[in-house]
Design a protein around this ligand. Structure first.
Ligand SMILES: Cc1cc2nc3c(=O)[nH]c(=O)nc-3n(C[C@H](O)[C@H](O)[C@H](O)COP(=O)(O)O)c2cc1C
Length: 607
């Protein structure tokens, strides 16, 4: 069997004599000693310097005790660390496939760079995609397609209680804080937004002077730390909020409940990164870590959340107020919806962030294994609002690896009103996806507080790129909308997109995903019973699930002979509640029946 690095059954090597291994391990140190001796014999300055440096390094490697590789392979072991350091670059430049998403593919990044630089984004010779793989999606164009003159698609955000509705683009800059991004990056993004007439979300790190310099429209995001509007204990300070919120540059207010990359987790900006400027912006002291708690202190129940957004609405002079979340436990979102209905008070917008979203820093487990991905999260929110009969009162934004015209068109076809991009706009200001945002050593000056590194980011030229990326992406969106035979992306529907399934068949997205009927939740008549079950569990006075209501609902359903998705020993198997094929959903009860660990809602064993 050939020797292989992946061989799981290697034979122990006994043939090579011990001293050969020893020789190999110390050969580099030996070479350095020879070089030094030769230098001393010949009195050659360079040989002495190089050999001396090598011998010094080798001796240090031998006596240090931190790295066993260096102890065993003095001098030579450093090659490993150099290669490790450059691994991402080597991978990105030499090895990476055009389509490999890490997290954005080379093709996606190239598209953003081309559009940002205003160079041709067309390709020759046909698609590189395999159109016959499962999951592949495509728009169904119309026989009466038409080029669109107006490509600056806009929507108005602001419901009945809002006094200053905001007219905004369907493509905007997602939340990224000053602190996470450099001052120059923030300025380039905001100036780009100003040039292109779109909106820039501040992120939870408050409104910095760099957000204000060029006057681009802002969404002010309030996270759990209430940065920029907090008291000494870190609680929300209404007066401080009101002073800033009335600024005309602030167009909307966003309460951040959670973020896709790290939902349910607070954040820490280490004291080493807290410059005086960041401290002043956030209203936090220097010399200590800046903590964003895991949850809000301004409210603790769905009903209190409603009261909080109403307070923000009033303090801001009636600006649109909404919230951003990565969907977690569905009944909690439904509880908020019930609180809205009972108080007749709706947010002006909701932004749904997918678990695939980006961050400056988060634990891998959170990025990979906590929170709902964008499409499912969005459909949960959209379907709940439709099912509750209030979808038309609230605008929905969405984010999660959206960078192309197709990405935007697809989410708007599924029901979104607008799309946000964070990392797409980072690429536009020069990010090369080195994934070093958390180290303060960003090579392009985008995500660092190092004043020298961020100088590399030229604000005026990058602002132009931000505006061009936006403009050219909307142009691409317009060509898709026109090809489908429509005038505005809001006319796109799920049945305009086809998708290839595992078995090679194709399905329209209107059939592939489940869509609730209008008002169906109000009388528990949603075709997917799991929606009814989650709805009955939702409690406007608590984020905890109401298990008693679920038990009663399931019992009542069984008494009426209705098929419920409560589990029995004979029925098992999980199917996505978002799949349109709800007839096979037999395990919804198991999914949601024991959320507070107080009981198991299993029917009697005779069932
Ligand atoms: C560097 C960085 C910083 C971010 N900071 C915030 C933040 O302060 N508040 C927030 O709600 N989301 C934050 N996000 C998440 C983005 O706003 C966005 O929701 C997420 O990255 C998905 O969009 P994308 O896939 O286009 O990047 C941040 C993302 C990145 C990459």
């Amino acid at each position: 069997m050939p020797e292989s690095r992946t061989n799981l059954h290697p034979e122990p090597k006994t043939s090579s004599p011990y001293f050969v291994g020893l020789l190999l391990r110390y050969s580099t140190l030996g070479a350095a000693i020879c070089l030094l001796l030769a230098g001393l014999l010949l009195m050659h300055g360079w040989l002495i310097v190089i050999g001396g440096f090598g011998v010094g390094l080798g001796i240090y490697d031998l006596i240090q005790s931190k790295h066993s590789v260096l102890k065993n392979y003095p001098i030579a072991g450093h090659i490993r660390y150099v290669l490790e350091d450059f691994r991402p670059e080597i991978r990105q430049y030499l090895l990476e496939d055009d389509k490999e998403q890490v997290p954005f593919s080379r093709q996606q990044r190239a598209l953003v760079y081309q559009r940002a630089k205003n160079v041709s984004d067309t390709n020759a010779f046909g698609t590189l995609d395999n159109l016959y793989t499962h999951g592949k999606e495509w728009f169904l164009q119309s026989a009466i397609s038409q080029p669109l003159k107006n490509k600056d698609f806009r929507i108005t955000v602001g419901g009945e209680r809002c006094k200053q509705p905001h007219d905004m683009s369907v493509f905007n800059i997602s939340a990224m804080s000053f602190g996470s991004l450099s001052a120059n990056a923030i300025m380039a993004l905001n100036q780009g937004a100003k040039i292109g007439g779109f909106t820039h979300d501040t992120g939870e790190g408050a409104i910095s002077p760099y957000h204000r310099k060029f006057g681009g429209d802002l969404i002010w995001e309030l996270g759990t730390g209430y940065f920029g509007c907090r008291d000494a204990e870190g609680n929300f300070d209404p007066q401080s909020f009101a002073e800033k919120a009335v600024d005309p540059q602030v167009k909307m207010i966003e309460i951040k409940l959670s973020q896709g990359a790290k939902p349910g987790k607070g954040g820490v900006l280490p004291s080493s990164k807290i410059t005086q400027e960041i401290a002043d912006t956030r209203q936090v002291p220097t010399g200590q870590d800046c903590i964003s708690p895991a949850s809000h202190t301004a409210f603790s129940t769905p009903r209190e959340l409603v009261a909080f957004w109403q307070q923000l609405r009033e303090l801001s002079g009636g600006k649109p107020v909404g919230f951003k979340l990565c969907v977690g436990q569905p009944w909690q979102f439904m509880a908020i919806v019930k609180a809205m209905i009972e108080t007749d008070n709706y947010p002006d917008f909701i932004v749904i962030d997918g678990a695939e979203g980006g961050t400056g820093a988060a634990p891998v487990e959170f990025m990979d294994n906590v929170g709902m991905p964008m499409v499912e999260g969005f459909l949960l929110v959209h379907n709940t609002l439709v099912g509750a009969g209030i979808r038309d009162k609230i605008r929905l934004g969405v984010s999660g690896k959206i960078v192309s015209g197709f990405d935007i068109a697809r989410m708007i076809a599924l029901g979104a009103d607008w799309c946000n991009s964070a990392r797409g706009f980072m690429f536009a200001v020069g990010c090369i996806q080195s994934r070093s945002c958390h180290t303060n050593t960003c090579p392009t000056g985008v995500a660092t507080q190092d004043p020298y590194r961020q100088k590399a980011l030229d604000v005026p030229s990058k602002a132009e790129r931000v505006a061009s990326f936006h403009k050219n992406t909307l142009k691409s969106l317009a060509s898709i909308v026109g090809a489908v035979g429509l005038q505005h992306p809001s006319q796109l529907q799920p049945y305009h997109i086809a998708r290839r399934l595992d078995d090679g068949q194709i399905k329209l997205l209107s059939k592939f995903f489940y869509f609730t009927d209008k008002g169906a939740l109000l009388d528990n008549s949603a075709r997917a019973d799991i929606f009814n079950q989650m709805w009955v569990m939702a409690n406007p006075d608590s984020f905890l699930a109401n298990n008693d209501a679920l038990i009663a609902y399931n019992k009542d359903s069984r008494d009426k002979g209705k098929e419920t998705s409560a589990p029995t020993e004979h029925r098992a198997g999980y199917s996505s509640p978002y799949s349109s094929d709800h007839s096979i959903m037999t395990d919804g009860g198991q999914l949601i029946g024991n959320v507070n660990n107080t009981f198991r809602d299993y029917p009697p064993s005779s069932d």
